[in-house]
Design a protein around this ligand. Sequence first.
Ligand SMILES: *[C@@H]1O[C@H](CO)[C@@H](O)[C@H](O)[C@H]1NC(C)=O
Ligand SMILES: *[C@@H]1O[C@H](CO)[C@@H](O)[C@H](O)[C@H]1NC(C)=O
Length: 500
Amino acid sequence: MGSSLCVSIFLVLSIFIQSSAHGQSLGLEPFRRRSRDVETKKTLQKTETKFLLFERESDKGCQIQLHQPDTLQECGFNSSLPLVMLIHGWSMDGLLEDWIWTMADALKSQLAQPVNVGLADWLTLAQNHYAIAVRNTRLVGQEVAALLQWLEESAQFSRSNVHLIGYSLGAHVSGFAGSFIGGKQKIGRITGLDAAGPLFEGTSPSDRLSPDDANFVDSIHTFTREHMGLSVGIKQPIAHYDFYPNGGAYQPGCHLLELYKYIAKHGLNAITQTIKCAHERSVHLFIDSLQQADLQNTGYMCSDMDTFSQGLCLSCKKGRCNTLGYHIRQEWHSKKSKKLFLVTRAQSPFKVYHYQFKIQFLNQMEKPVEPTFSMSLLGTKDEVQKIPITLGEGITSNKTYSLLITLDIDIGELVMIKFKWENSAVWANVWNTVQTIIPWGRGPLYSGLILKSIRVKAAETQQRITFCLENMDDLQLHPTQEKTFVRCGINSKKLKQKVR
Ligand SMILES: *[C@@H]1O[C@H](CO)[C@@H](O)[C@H](O)[C@H]1NC(C)=O
Ligand SMILES: *[C@@H]1O[C@H](CO)[C@@H](O)[C@H](O)[C@H]1NC(C)=O
């Protein structure tokens, strides 16, 4: 990552930090107050938050007012349908961000089951020093809770039919709404989209979005790269299912190399735009889940991205995988958060196809060798040529190498692998030396690398296939040589046919 990234992250985080310092002098209240407030807030007459409903696509919203049932009718609220309410985050310019309209449209137009779509517009409270905006999240949470309680009382609308989708600080607003709402029942679902990190990371569950806040809580983490002990998005798990696309720290396509050019052209606002790229990616992944019905992303439970990158976490057994976004399977078995990982493309459609390749070599050479390979994959629908493969440390005998390969396209069922020891002048020379020092006519026939089979697991189908060397008469892999592997079963069948 370039230094420009550090510069811009530093700039935004300094804003966070400065405003936190500022906030402290303004007397940031200790964050611990709950049920008592709820009783008093029940009588809330008016909200500072503006609640809007979108009746149809491309609608700019119709305002509903607490305790004014007429406004519900005027705005087309249908109490027999669920309510999805969007909650924005911290605002520097006091304007609603574009994603809100895109997501509202997608919710209105893409769902088989129609929903009421609303927005909690708390811009007047969000456009502030960061620390003040943070403090306001509690107030807005209370107001959302008050609205939902009123809907329950006046329109018999159950809170279990409510889905709050909060971005950045909005995620914690949703959490507070969940904890401030009185009564035994919980809000149906809360989705946190890159929930804000500063002043929330490491706090107790009641002081941020947590799995306690709704019947089901899911969260997507996209900008958790740490700088000076802070990250824009929260790092720790805060939901039943926490998705970390590409590891969650940073996102592909959010390159900041162009930053200086961009600033020259667009002024300092460009900084916030570039920062937004990874932060807001969480939102676009969620929108993608609505717009790309056939290209749903799956996340797989894993301890960290390193392990995931070795292809070791592609299991779906016992709820170990789930769908990212709107169509997530809403089930959970314990309060403990599940961390799910996945790789995505840099733009929509974000989906990639994940594979684990397990490769075991027999190395007949004395020293470990460090060649680079490439693989070409042929599937029933499509093919991908020459995926470069480096196995890191040198190849030693009988060690199994596990790696994650992701493809942007769906190649269908994998039917053939071409495995090539890539051309390298150095290796070709070494090989010649090896050849010449091996006396003729002595000992084992092979003196190089042998690769008999490749085991593959396709994550999206959970299918495991073993591929065998097509021509078993020639086992050795030489530099610049390519070997073809086919499905073992098919291979042996063909062999049997030949034998008969
Ligand atoms: C509310 O939604 C239900 C279910 O889709 C539908 O049958 C009904 O007509 C809607 N009511 C109004 C007033 O649109
Ligand atoms: C690797 O495995 C083969 C056969 O399974 C065995 O003969 C050989 O001794 C093993 N080599 C090492 C270094 O363990």
